[in-house]
Design a binder for this molecule. Structure first.
Ligand code: N01
Length: 538
């Protein structure tokens, strides 16, 4: 192994190059260094954090309990950091990730403002040649992407945005300098998790807020609260147990479904349970509910009816309440946004809700936007229009494998991977936290993958293998397993980013894995124990 810590302008030779210094990339960098590999991380942002660096919009915060999201592996990090809230806001999470990077001594191994322009595998050299937009060149045996599931922002296709002369922001590219909504006429487009988080902040200060909604969502209260010092101590004493708990639950959260089906209890008990979850912090409504709410139609209808009634209770104008009630999906079909005073915003005099189903945006104008029915002027347009999930950040990066084949072409009909880790024809490329791999509470899902990658690279080094790839057969097997993981659940028919349905013209394919963290881990362990089944060494 060798390492030149020369200036990035020179060609840098490494064992491994990690792309991304968010929560996943930081961990991957740490693990590989710990195992003696020479490794660097390239980070497009000016600082660490990934999602928590870019999404600086007011209201951005966890939907995982803070302590279940942080790193568990390091005693120093566990002992020296105390989360202030059950669901930390973006600034605190960004501070935590900076603290982690410094405490682990990783900052010298991260190149900031280093966006990958192209990555090409050289068959002669068995090396990845990676060039940044600033012209720096890296040569690495292994290329490991940790670019996040939701990090390629999507903008509305309606023309004219570049001609708009007011302030405009995408929630996922929010500036570091404060944005002032005071006294302004603001449009917010999009009512997914990001929109639902920012809208109450805009509504508080703007003179007028117009919310453009294409699809309503089933939102439930976050019920965030501070973590007392006594609770922080209790958490610290139980770290190992909490880590095990997260790894044993389907989505990596501290919550488990109840061991009861919805109709095994009386109507009154069922409603009382829904009410209890509605009043509890976080994603308990979906995670801690009856075990069949996403698999049994009647159970799913019961929880959906409960939340529908809540929306009607909280929104004063019945016509607006009906607009805010989803009519195209039931509860749990999409990751449900958590809110803090979202529905009450629509009781304010300065807020208008516009249905884009009734009047789609035709174009942006120099002073605002035009729907099919009217033109409206705004001082500011906020786009909370989401991401090209899972594949977007990878296919936008110009990754070329054997024979110069582009990853985007390989995935034209949907992602193809073996265990979500490798794609056929892309030797020594590993994807961590990408498509077809386990998700939920992201760090819990991706630490498993980062550990698997570290084991594979260590095995190859010990065995003297220079190249590993996978086969189309292994990909086909995994595609079937991934499709099975969602079959028979309410997720199966969802129109959401998890199927790429938010991107015009994108072929519908399930982009995640719904079998849960324990089953994902089991399948990977089985493949590894069976001579690294599906991987081809050379
Ligand atoms: O993105 P989204 P997001 N014209 O795709 C609408 C995680 N997250 O950034 O549903 C008009 O959910 C779009 O409409 P439709 C979380 O996993 C977590 O909000 O496609 N509207 C939708 O309303 C989440 O699921 C947190 O019909 C357009 C919205 O914009 C994921 O990230 C916080 C449009 C986009 O919603 C994505 O959330 C934030 C157009 N052209 C995000 N294009 C936490 O709480 C899109 N829309 C941790």
């Amino acid at each position: 192994m060798n390492e030149h810590n020369g200036s990035p302008a020179a060609e840098v030779e490494l064992d491994a190059l990690v792309v991304g210094a968010g929560i996943t990339g930081i961990y991957q960098l740490y693990r590989l260094r710990e195992h003696g590999f020479t490794v660097k991380a390239l980070e497009a942002g000016g600082g660490v954090g990934g999602t928590w660096y870019w999404n600086r919009y007011p209201g951005c915060r966890f939907d995982s309990e803070s302590y279940s999201y942080g790193y568990f592996f390091s005693p120093e990090l566990r002992d020296e950091w105390t989360w202030s809230e059950e669901f930390a806001g973006q600034p605190e999470t960004e501070r935590y990730l900076n603290f982690a990077v410094d405490r682990l001594g990783l900052r010298p191994y991260i190149e900031f403002d280093a966006r990958v322009a192209s990555a090409e595998f050289s068959e002669e050299q068995s090396r990845w040649l990676v060039t940044t937009t600033a012209g720096a060149v890296y040569r690495a045996r292994f290329l490991i992407t940790a670019v996040g599931l939701l990090s390629a922002p999507v903008f509305p296709a309606a023309p004219g945005l570049e001609e708009y002369r007011g302030e405009s922001y995408h929630t996922a590219l929010w500036p570091a300098a404060p944005v002032d909504f005071k006294g302004k006429r603001v449009a917010v487009v999009g009512t997914g998790s990001s929109g639902v988080q920012i809208i109450p902040f805009v509504a508080r200060d703007a003179s007028e807020l117009t919310v453009f909604q294409r699809t309503a969502n089933w939102c439930t209260p976050i019920n965030n609260r501070p973590i007392s010092s006594e609770k922080a101590e209790r958490i610290r004493a139980r770290f190992d147990e909490l880590h095990e708990l997260c790894l044993s639950t389907p989505a990596g959260f501290i919550h488990r479904p109840r061991d009861l089906a919805a109709f095994e209890v009386s109507d009154a008990d069922r409603t009382a349970w829904f009410q209890r979850l509605y009043d509890e912090p976080g994603l308990t409504m979906v995670m801690n509910n009856f075990r069949d709410i996403t698999t049994d139609a009647a159970a799913n209808a019961a929880v959906t009816d409960f939340i529908r009634a809540k929306i009607r209770e909280r929104v004063q104008d019945p016509a607006v309440a009906e607009m805010l009630i989803p009519d195209d999906h039931t509860y749990g079909m999409k990751r449900p946004p958590l809110e803090n005073g979202y529905y009450e915003v629509f009781n304010q005099d300065n807020v208008e809700l516009v249905s884009l189903r009734e009047e789609p945006i035709e174009r942006f104008t120099p002073t605002g936007l035009a729907t099919t029915r009217r033109e409206m002027d705004f001082d500011m347009i906020v786009l909370a229009t989401g991401f090209e999930a899972a594949t977007g950040s990878l296919t936008r990066m110009d990754i070329r494998g054997s024979g110069g084949r582009e990853l985007g072409d390989h995935w034209e009909a949907g992602p193809r991977t073996h265990l979500g880790l490798q794609a056929a024809g892309f030797p020594n490329l590993f994807i961590v936290g990408g498509p077809q791999s386990t998700t939920g509470n992201i760090p819990r899902a991706t630490e498993i993958q980062a550990d698997l990658v570290t084991r594979l690279l260590t095995f190859m080094t010990e065995q003297g293998h220079s190249v590993v790839t996978t086969s189309r057969e292994a990909e086909d097997t995994w595609i079937d397993i991934v499709a099975d993981s969602v079959r028979g659940t309410v997720l199966e028919n969802a129109r959401s980013w998890a199927f790429g349905s938010n991107i015009d013209g994108k072929k519908r394919a399930y982009l995640l894995w719904s079998g849960g963290i324990p089953a994902y881990r089991e399948r990977c362990e089985e493949a590894f124990a069976d001579g690294f089944r599906g991987f081809v060494f050379g």
